[in-house]
Design a protein around this ligand. Structure first.
Ligand code: SF4
Length: 436
């Protein structure tokens, strides 16, 4: 296999602005410096981006059963594992669009099932989108339009650190809005960091706290109030009904409200019903004013994986090619279920952005294709290190808002192959083995 020969965009020099894939915001204004292969974030970073870019460059060898192996042997062994499996599971899927395209092609040839490491969260949104659709906006619309931001069940910044800096308290907007006059309200959650919601003028955000597990009733109550219903209860999950009524009135009076949530934070049974109440509330508001939902996601390439899977197979993950045609089933094709029920008989785990996202323990033959800095708790049958998208090779990634894709740059020379190169080589080896 030939490694791609892209030129390094820089060596021992400050970059122009680059895109950071460490969270779904994909901030495209970072300035980084490459000193002999080690990257330093010099401008516009956050702690998460520093962790991502400044990991020391490593170049481990592939391993087979814990022993150092050459790349071709590791690829051949992986193809053998896939060929000998009846129902292989390719999961993790921490990659960008080109890596995911290669995975889709391999899954088709191997008859594999696909799942993403973040699917437990993303499914909460997907189920609503499939069932009733939704009215959501881009981050650009937030930057330029929002006058009232309601945040449900999260502080946003623990998952998306520069959200307020880039999209709420931005000094300039396209239509001359006084962005510092924007209102922010946190609805639900406890002990979350609400200081980023303080406006540049020092205005405190509204805070209506409740336990995350009680959000379903709180959001349903807000939906009812916005719809003009009267509630007899004096409080909902500890929030005074009068305070919820005031929030409903503010939403109805706003010119462009945005209701944001992160599905990852809505970690309770049937959270999709709460997402559906949020989106139903947005629909109701649009009868008389303008409002949008803002589902925040995109970490570890989850939105990129779903986009590529949908345009190629017609379905987002969780889907499967085991019957030779694509099938979709968010329950049966879950990684945990596939392994616990012994339906999957081989595991291929992919995590190219994050060395800390490790595969689940399993008793079936396993392959890990991962970040070079990955330290595994249990040695898989095959380990293949790959370059990191946005550092070691180019890529394309979808932003949190689903419709904007951004290019990832190559920032340094690396001897590591990209995930798409490795996966394509595995598919070719599998094709040869199947022909024998
Ligand atoms: S907020 Fe997210 S995308 Fe922006 S710099 Fe920080 S980690 Fe990177």
């Amino acid at each position: 296999m030939e490694k791609s020969a892209q030129p390094a965009s820089m060596d021992n020099a400050l970059s122009g602005t680059v895109t950071c894939p460490a969270c779904g915001l994909l901030c495209d204004d970072l300035v980084v410096e490459n000193t002999d292969g080690n990257i330093k974030v010099r401008q516009k970073g956050c702690a998460k981006s520093v962790t991502f870019f400044e990991r020391p460059q490593q170049n481990p060898s592939p391993r087979i059963a814990g022993k150092t192996a050459d790349l071709q042997s590791a690829i051949k062994k992986t193809a053998e594992i896939l060929r000998n499996a009846n129902q292989p599971l390719i999961t993790g899927l921490g990659t960008e669009a080109h890596g995911m395209r290669a995975i889709m092609s391999l899954a088709d040839r191997a008859g594999a099932t696909l799942d993403h490491m973040n699917s437990n969260s993303t499914i909460r949104n997907t189920l609503v989108l499939q069932n009733s659709g939704w009215q959501v906006c881009t981050l650009t619309e937030v930057r330029n339009r929002v006058d009232l931001l309601v945040i449900v069940g999260t502080d946003i910044v623990s998952l998306f650190p520069r959200f307020f800096e880039r999209h709420v308290w931005n000094e300039q907007s396209m239509f001359g809005q006084d962005t510092a006059a924007r209102e922010v309200v946190y609805l639900g959650g406890r002990d979350i960091d609400t200081t980023p919601g303080i406006s540049p003028k020092g205005v405190q955000p509204g805070i209506l706290p409740c336990d995350i597990a009680r959000l379903p009733e709180v959001v349903a109550a807000l939906h009812a109030l916005v719809s003009g219903k009267k509630l007899l209860a004096e409080n909902i999950a500890g929030i005074a009904t009068g305070d919820l009524q005031k929030l409903a009135d503010r939403l109805l009076a706003a010119k462009y409200s945005v209701i944001a949530w992160s599905a990852a934070a809505l970690d309770f049974p049937h959270a999709e019903l709460t997402v559906q109440n949020i989106t139903g509330l947005v629909v109701k508001l649009n009868n008389t004013t303008r409002s949008s939902g803002l589902p925040l996601g995109g970490n570890e390439g989850d939105i990129s994986a779903n986009q590529v899977s949908t345009w190629i197979s017609g379905y987002p993950v969780r889907n499967s090619f085991m019957r030779t045609y694509p099938e979709y089933d968010p329950y049966h094709f879950a990684t945990a279920r596939q392994l616990d029920s012994n339906e999957a008989d081989a595991l291929l785990w992919v995590s190219s952005f994050n060395p800390e996202r490790l595969p689940p323990s399993c008793k079936v033959p396993s392959v890990v294709i991962g970040h070079a800095n990955m330290t595994l708790a249990a040695e898989p049958d095959v380990f293949i290190p790959v370059g990191t998208p946005g550092i070691d090779h180019k890529g394309t990634m979808f932003r949190s808002d689903n419709v904007v894709s951004l290019p990832l740059a190559k920032l340094r020379e690396s001897t590591l192959a990209s995930l798409s190169e490795v996966i394509t080589a595995i598919e070719n080896a599998l094709k040869e083995q199947q022909a024998c």
